[in-house]
Design a protein around this ligand. Structure first.
Ligand SMILES: Nc1ncnc2c1ncn2[C@@H]1O[C@H](COP(=O)(O)OP(=O)(O)OP(=O)(O)O)[C@@H](O)[C@H]1O
Ligand SMILES: [Mg+2]
Length: 355
């Protein structure tokens, strides 16, 4: 087990800089998830930690040592890829034993480690099969088994579940989390799926375009996003954003939009009276049928546990997530209430959180 520290990591491909000085640490035993849109640099950062990409500038420390100049096999890490990368002509047992054989471990040690990993991952009865005789989820478990037998200080995962169907992903998510609780090893996990990040992480690192936008626990990031990008990226359906100006009407604060609609604002908006702000409101903090802003229902999306309503307030699209089953139909006029205490305010120019 070990702490992992990244200081001002820069990655350049020729003249193109894709990571612009990224600093972040994973504490010993922590489960850190790197999340962000496609192309933001998650895999690049993970591959730099693994030693599969060189580091253009900055430092990576694993345990007590700088590893910048170490080969991947000298870094005491194990990486699990999206593509599993199993050897097709080797049995499950041999796939899992391969790195230990390369390291010239004794036969007894190899057998013990492979058997232990197989039992943790529920692969014991599959040890003599070949990869082509396994389901996607079983192959993914073998890929994890290959990492576990090496008993690394740090596990690195690059979107390991993206080839699995939705149900299996949810199941494997739980299995990886269980594995982490059992092994207590530091893990860095890359995904573009915000739900995976929320459910698995001790700490989430939100990246965009080669920068870190925010680091925090899942609920910190959900409840107090540092800017409108993080606010819109984390959470499904996404947060609603409404632009306007803060005004005071008979003692209460409102967001007045350009088309003349007033939205409720929290008292914390008072320092911004007269200024343009962006109001952010999560779909679950909107109620339908209360007093409030007039809107028209456009689309109704039942998910079973809740219903997502697409609405239009003037030209402003709004999504509301309601728990009960609303008796509304497309085209119907309704009124929307928002829980102003749960509202978020952002600076419309920089996107930064205002309170
Ligand atoms: N060998 C390379 N040469 C030049 N640019 C590269 C190279 N490898 C990656 N990039 C660029 O670096 C940026 C980051 O890529 P990276 O693979 O880290 O993204 P990612 O966040 O993992 O995305 P995804 O979610 O799609 O996997 C991208 O803009 C990509 O085009
Ligand atoms: Mg990637």
């Amino acid at each position: 087990m070990a702490k992992l520290t990244i200081r001002n990591a820069v990655k350049r491909y020729g003249a193109l800089e894709v990571l612009h000085g990224v600093s972040v640490a994973a504490e010993d035993g922590e489960f850190v998830v790197l999340v962000g849109p496609s192309g933001c640099g998650k895999s690049t950062l993970l591959r730099m930690i693994a030693g599969l990409e060189s580091i253009s500038d900055g430092e990576i420390e694993i345990g007590d040592g700088i590893v910048n100049d170490l080969e991947p096999n000298e870094r005491d890490i194990a990486m699990v890829f999206q593509s599993y990368a199993l050897y097709p002509h080797m049995s499950v047992r041999d796939n899992m034993a391969f790195s230990l054989k390369l390291a010239r471990r004794s036969r007894q040690e190899i057998e013990r480690k492979v058997n232990d990993a197989a039992s943790i991952l529920d692969l014991t009865t599959l040890l003599d099969r070949y990869p082509r005789q396994l389901s996607g989820g079983q192959r993914q478990r073998v890929a994890m088994g290959r990492a576990i037998v090496r008993d690394p200080s740090v596990f690195l995962f690059d979107e390991p579940l993206s080839n699995l169907d939705a149900k299996l992903r949810v199941q494997m998510r739980t299995e990886i989390k269980t594995l982490h609780q059992r092994l207590g090893t530091t893990m860095v996990y890359v995904t573009h799926d915000q739900m995976e990040a929320m459910t698995m992480a001790d700490r989430i690192v939100v990246m965009r375009a080669g920068h870190i936008e925010q680091v925090g626990s899942p609920l910190e990031i959900y409840d107090t996003p540092a800017n409108s990008f993080v606010a819109g990226f984390i959470g499904s359906p996404s947060m609603n954003f409404i632009d306007g100006r803060v005004v005071e009407r008979e003692g209460t604060l409102k967001l007045a939009t350009a088309e003349g609609i007033d939205w409720p604002l929290p008292e914390s908006a008072r320092p911004h009276i007269g200024q343009p702000v962006q109001l952010g409101i999560r779909p679950e903090h909107i109620t339908v049928g209360a007093d409030g802003v007039k809107a028209k229902v456009t689309i109704i999306e039942p998910t079973g546990s809740e219903t997502h309503l697409q609405l239009q307030a003037g030209s402003q699209p709004i999504v509301a997530a309601v728990r009960d089953r609303p008796s509304v139909s497309p085209g119907q006029s309704v009124t929307l209430g928002i829980d102003a205490r749960k509202a978020h305010l952002f600076d419309p120019a920089s996107g930064k959180r205002l309170h």
